[in-house]
Design a protein around this ligand. Structure first.
Ligand code: ATP
Ligand code: MG
Length: 291
């Protein structure tokens, strides 16, 4: 019988041995939450636009299996997904969609969570194609979907940086904490940052941040840092209805300004993180599936 684990081990080994081929490596940031519907996708898309406006080359990967909707928020359809590389022999340039402000968008498709089922050759094809982004992108944002399933956690733990989104609602806070707990039990080592979305006043966001930072440190020995708050904003809801990112529809609105501020902190904040690049990221994702 063909040994799936051995196959993946070899695949990881091969990817590792050539992981240093690319001198430029994109920083991979996973955007996640415990509870669904707290604003991950809108944050991902608008953060990408804000980062692009600061001159960054940004790729978004939609790895949300349940409610993949980056294209709905962007108002553009990717058409193809990552699995079309192996299923139809398409190249990376054929499956990547162009978003506004020069951002690129790639849909993982439902197959992204079944990488371990692919043949060695198929895995190699996907990894070598996707690695091309290490030369192009500065930042890769991954919308992971919500919840504590292994599908989500594999992506979260493999990223260079993790941004957890919550709202001030007690259920969302509890679920954000559960995500942090799961992250530590998966031995995650990335820099973990917190965004509190849909706040009515700044202090509300700071109180939630303080609560989670303290609980994570005290009970999980996990150091997280608050990276900003986003106000509740009717313009964001209007933009969603128009299928346009709020940063483009209402650049002066309060949520747009908050997201721009977060982008600045990510780019120019202290403690820059080491980037493994997209190749290193997928290599690590495969390592987790192999376990
Ligand atoms: N700052 C905000 N102000 C007002 N409404 C907001 C804000 N952020 C998000 N929303 C509302 O929440 C909805 C869900 O947002 P979004 O789709 O980004 O969440 P999600 O976390 O990606 O959801 P899912 O877990 O289903 O993927 C938006 O359509 C919008 O109506
Ligand atoms: Mg979403």
């Amino acid at each position: 019988m063909y040994d799936q684990a051995e196959k993946l081990r070899q695949m990881v080994q091969n990817a590792k041995s050539t992981a240093s081929d690319h001198s430029a490596k994109a920083k991979v940031i996973a955007i996640t939450s415990g509870k669904g519907g707290v604003g991950k996708t809108n944050f991902t898309v608008n953060l990408a636009i804000a980062l692009a406006s600061y001159g960054q080359k940004v790729l978004i990967i939609d790895a949300d299996l349940g409610t993949a909707n980056v294209d709905v928020v962007l108002g553009r359809n990717a058409g193809y997904n990552l699995m079309n590389i192996v299923e139809e022999g398409l190249s990376l340039t054929e499956i990547v969609a162009e978003g506004p402000c020069g951002i690129k968008y790639l849909s993982g498709g439902s197959g992204i969570h079944h990488l371990a089922d692919l043949t060695n050759y198929q895995l190699h094809t996907i990894i070598s194609q996707i690695s091309l982004f290490d030369a192009w992108a500065d930042i890769i944002l991954i919308d992971t979907g919500a919840g504590l399933s292994r599908n989500v956690l594999n992506f979260v733990v493999a990223a260079d940086e993790v941004i957890i989104i919550t709202t001030p609602e007690p259920t969302a806070i509890t679920d954000a904490y559960a995500m942090m707990k799961a992250y530590t039990s998966y031995q995650g080592t990335a820099s973990v940052k917190l965004v509190v979305n849909r706040v009515f006043e700044e202090n509300e966001g700071y109180l939630v941040t303080e609560k989670l930072v303290n609980a994570a440190m005290r009970f999980l020995d996990l150091s997280i840092s608050g990276i900003g708050v986003i106000y509740e904003d009717r313009n964001l809801i209007k933009a969603v209805k128009k299928q346009e990112p709020v940063l483009l529809s209402y650049p002066e609105s309060v949520s747009s300004r908050c997201i721009e501020y977060i982008a600045q902190r990510l780019l120019y904040g202290k403690n820059p993180t080491y980037s493994r690049g997209i190749k290193g990221f997928f290599t690590k994702v495969l390592e987790f599936w192999k376990q």
